[in-house]
Design a protein around this ligand. Sequence first.
Ligand code: HEM
Length: 411
Amino acid sequence: MTTTASEPASTEEAPFFPAPRTCPFSAPPRHADFREAGGLHKVTIWDGSRHWLATRHADIRAVLSSPSFSADVRHPGFPLVHSNQPEHEGGLFLRLDDPEHVRLRQMLTKEFSVKRTRALREKLLEITDELIDAMLAKGGQADFVRDFALPLPSRAICLILGVPYEDHELFERHANAGTDLDVSHEERARTQREAFEYYAALVARKRREPADDMISRLLADHTGPDGFTPEMLPVLVGILVGAGHETTANMLGLGTVALLLNPGQRDRLRAHPELAPSAAEEMLRYWSIVSTDPRRVALEDVEVGGQLVRKGEGVIVSLIAGNRDPRAFGADEGECPADTLDIGRRARHHVAFGFGTHQCLGQNLARVEMQVAWPRLFERIPGLRLAVAEDELPFKKNSIVYGLTSLPVTW
Ligand code: HEM
């Protein structure tokens, strides 16, 4: 049965979005309540506007695969959740609809194909070993985020694109200002300008001195009237560097914490490294790090989960609520409940990478990085453990991407 849109009277009924994870390991409680109640529910964002929140796995997939919804922020009614960003100005990829979106995306899919990323495995293993060697050389204590979780994906995306890793402080600063919702508008705009100038100079250099890297290939094959314009390329490279390291870095930190706090799961992975692919999927599902996206706006009246969403109304999806939905995970006989971590679970239908036409472009790369990192880490440092109490772990509180600001470890 379809219910019509009704405005809730107060923020009690339409709670603030984004909601904090009051327990660092769980979905925000209201998101889980909404999911169990079923249907879509209203939330309030920083500017006082109200939007629908989808929390069930099936409803999330329905929204993200429906052409009745747009990802273009320039449509009135789009949920502009990021209070410190001029989101209404639009952007590349994630903020464009098909056919323009798919036209641009197709120019990059080969670069991030399963084949291309699998071919990187040996190189990633080499980088993993170098980072472990450097950590061990420190003699007993390290910050796992700074010393491992950040440099592994940063070095990988730099290698693919042809960005000098020596400049990592600049792009880490840029990514941090782009995801931390507490960073001021001015600071964010400043790092954005700094990054654009840096990537513009880099693209110009690649134009003069092409090399065997993705920026040079894009310049050779995909610029001109039907390709990326000269103004787009530095922005695109910035998006790929940011998305390519920040997200996976957070997953590597959080996944490592999960294994350290669940020694049974860690020992299982050490004894059965062939579980690395299912462990990576389960970690993606369990943590669901993208906290304020995906978001869409209805282009026409459409029903989702029994709720009528009217043309021009915004919908936000809660990936963590959907990925902990007991209707989608834990429902099979003998399967662990959805809120429990089980690295042997068949979790590949999770929505941590989104769903539909905008599903993560870099998912194969992120997967292979996690699949390489965890077995090697626990093989080489079997005694790895937290150097602080569990309740002292600094989880990010107000960020577009969930994660840890640091992870003190010892062995
Ligand atoms: C564990 C790591 C990652 C997670 C959890 C993640 C998550 C996501 C999600 C949820 C979306 C869809 C957003 C939406 O529909 O609104 C997305 C899109 C995207 N991701 Fe990732 N991502 C990860 C790694 C990467 C990497 C390594 C890259 C490197 C290139 C990347 C590049 C992109 C791009 C370009 C899009 C936009 C795709 C499109 O609009 O067609 N991501 N990602």
